[in-house]
Structures are given as C-alpha cells and as structure tokens.
Design a protein around this ligand. Structure first.
Ligand SMILES: *Cc1c(COP(=O)(O)O)cnc(C)c1O
Length: 386
C-alpha cells in the first residue's frame, strides 16, 4: 500500500502503516561483516552476538540476513533468545552466553543450543542432567563475571571429562580491550596470557583443546592476533562502536545498519504564551508550529532528550524536541520546517536530506554508549529489512 507521503526517508518506510519503525540496511550489514572478516586471523570465524534482540535491531531479521551470507555461528544471552532463533529457522551453532536454569536443560537439547558452563558447580549440574549437552566452557581470566577461575586447572580438566558434556569450545571475555591506556592494554594481554597458559596446561594433561575464543568487537579490532577460533562480535556488526572517537581512530569503516523513524500524527499551532506537554516544560515565546510524533520513551527514545536536548529530522530539516518526551509520543517544533503534514516521517536515527542523526549523537546527548541506545529500542517498533 503506497501512501502519498513526500519525504526524504528510505523508500521501505514509506510503505509501512506503522506509527514508528526501524529500517535495517542489509547492504550496510553485509559491508560490516566483510570489513570485520578482513580482521579475522586465518581459521577464525565470525560469531555475531545477536543478544538483546540483536542490539535492538531485530534478532530474527538480522540472523536470517547473516545466515544468508553464510554465517553459521551465533551467540545470544539467554535460552529464550536461542529458542526464538530456532523457531524461526536459524541453523548452525547458537551459543548461550548467560546462565540457563536447570528446569530448562531439556530445551537446550530440544533446540540444539550450546550452553556456557559458568563455573565448576554449574558443570556438575549440567552433567547431572544425564543426557548429552553441548557446551562452551567459560574461564574467568580477570573480568570476574561468569567463568570458572583460570587457576582451577583440576576442576577445569574434570569438566572436560564429564561424560554428558560435549565441550565444543573454551572461552574468556576481555574486560578492558576497548581501553587505550597502557594499564588497560597490559591487563588485556595479561588476561590473554592467563587464558593461553591454561590451554597449554590442559594440553599437557592430555586434553584436546576445542574451539577457543576471547574477543568481542573491540578485542577483534584492537587485538586481532588474540582472536582464536571465533570472534564474538556484537556492536561492530551493527556498524557502530561504543564511542564516536573509537570509530574515528579506528582503521575499519563501519556503516550503521539501523534507522529509526516515526509518523507525524498531527500538526498544529501553538500560540504565544501557551505551553505544551507534561509539566508545562515548554512555553511558546511567540507563535509556533508543532508536530506530534508517534514515538516515545517506551519505544526506546531516551526521555533525557526532552526539552530541546534532542532533535529529529523532517524532510531534510532539523526540528528540536520540545517539552517532555511522553511514553508513546513526542512533540517537536516545526516552525522552520516547510510544508509538514500529518503522515510525514520524522527521522530519529538516520538520514534525511543532507542531515543525519547517529546513535553516537544520541549516546553523547544522554551520557551513555551507542550499545545502550540501540539495544533499548522497543519491541513495539516494527522492523523492516531493505
Ligand atoms: C555481548 C558480548 C559480546 C559481544 O560484545 P560487543 O562488544 O558488542 O562486540 C561478546 N562476548 C560476550 C561474553 C558478551 O557478553
């Protein structure tokens, strides 16, 4: 169904009847994958992290597109995320990075999911389930989140010997690979040393080392030589790094995959002295024209962008957010934007005409990283892949 909307937005969005949506650029996704693959050492495979609804992008659409491109391994945070992928036809290896409750061990087998062994006791409990479960063993080398401690060699050896565990991988997570200080570099190399020394010791005890992996996005880009057999890359697949400076400094060209857009539900005058929105936080100093967007903080638009902190793009012009962002709606000042009509499209992240708002802009305006901005985009937004 074609609507008579004149806008600079991407053509796919013009066809949606949705109030607010996300447009995914498959070409950019593929370009990011190609760029990342050039960083991979020989024998190392990309294992995209598609947890948290693929960092807000939509896990099924992203996984399908990646699978079409030949990706055969994925990681997610929870069993629920893994099951959703399987139910939508995703094949290959799916590694759950987080904890799975023993009540759900049967689903690990039913959906052929690989579970992270988060410590020795958890390995015992997985083994006690009594049927073969595929696992990757996580080792704590210094982040002190999940993982059996690297010095517990005898316990780790025992995990390999459990009859019901098929240990397909062993991995650790770097906690400072995004840092550029000497201290952080030293810490990263120390974690890698602890990990590789552990592997050596296990080898000397007769254990055949399975797939090994250490690196997430920053790890791969800064320390490609450490990557091993898999690179568990999340944020960079989506064309972003956490901070804008890292993107500028880096030697990789990444392209944002996602745009966020919303319909204008009404356009109206606001007369001098009138206020708009909750809490009377905006008062018109002179006659203004405003538009109401059908998107709000429940969709992941940070409320911190209220009252002029953030802006949106309409027909290639910038329109500041006025008043407080509501749960489902947002007010913008369109006095300086010509010919805005009901049904027009506002761009919250993405391009319009010559202008662009990036996840970096919003992350900076709200004091956080791009990861948080995109991963909190709500499930109410439609996702459309171009
Ligand atoms: C989220 C996560 C990743 C991916 O991290 P990015 O920084 O987004 O690339 C990799 N490994 C683990 C254990 C994770 O939790």
């Amino acid at each position: 169904m074609k609507t008579a909307v004149l806008s600079h937005s991407h053509k796919t969005g013009e066809h949606t009847t949705g109030r607010a949506w996300i447009e995914l650029d498959k070409e950019n996704l593929y370009q990011n994958v190609d760029a990342l693959c050039r960083f991979l050492p020989n024998e190392c495979q990309l294992m995209p992290a598609i947890k948290a609804n693929a960092y807000g992008h939509g896990s099924v659409l992203i996984a399908k597109a990646l699978q079409e491109k030949g990706i055969q391994s994925f990681c997610v945070a929870s069993i629920k995320e893994g099951i959703e992928l399987r139910k939508n036809g995703i094949t290959g290896e799916i590694l759950i990075l987080g904890y799975t409750w023993p009540e759900q061990f049967s689903s690990l087998r039913k959906y052929k999911l690989s579970q992270t062994v988060i410590d020795f006791f958890y390995a015992q409990s997985l083994n006690a389930y009594g049927k073969k479960i595929h696992v990757h063993l996580k080792v704590d080398t210094g982040m002190h989140r999940l993982g059996e401690r690297a010095e517990e060699i005898r316990k780790i050896k025992k995990i390999f010997e459990y009859e019901n565990l098929a240990v397909d991988g062993i991995y650790t997570h770097l906690c400072a690979s995004d840092g550029i200080s000497e201290e952080e570099k030293k810490y990263t190399y120390k974690q890698a040393d602890i990990f590789f020394e552990l592997l050596e010791k296990l080898r000397s005890l007769g254990i055949v080392i399975p797939k090994k992996h250490l690196c997430a996005s920053y790890g791969l880009l800064r320390y490609p030589e450490l990557a091993g057999d898999y690179a568990r890359v999340g944020i960079a697949v989506y064309g972003l790094l956490s901070h804008r400076e890292d993107q500028k400094r880096g030697s990789i060209s990444l392209k944002p995959v996602l745009s966020v857009k919303a319909r204008i539900s009404i356009v109206k005058n606001l007369y001098q002295g009138e206020c708009a929105g909750y809490g009377m936080q905006y008062t018109a100093k002179e006659n203004r024209r405003i538009a109401v967007l059908s998107i709000g903080y429940a969709d992941g638009l940070p409320r911190m962008l209220s009252c002029g902190v953030g802006h949106v793009l309409i027909n290639g012009y910038m329109a500041p957010i006025i008043g407080r962002i509501c749960m489902d709606q947002t007010l913008v000042d369109i006095t300086d934007v010509p010919n805005v009509k009901q049904g027009d499209i506002a761009v919250l992240i993405g391009k319009s005409g010559d202008l662009e708002i990036t996840a970096y802009d919003i992350a900076e305006q709200t004091g956080t990283i791009t990861n948080e901005i995109v991963s909190r985009l709500g499930t109410r937004l439609e996702r459309i892949m171009s």
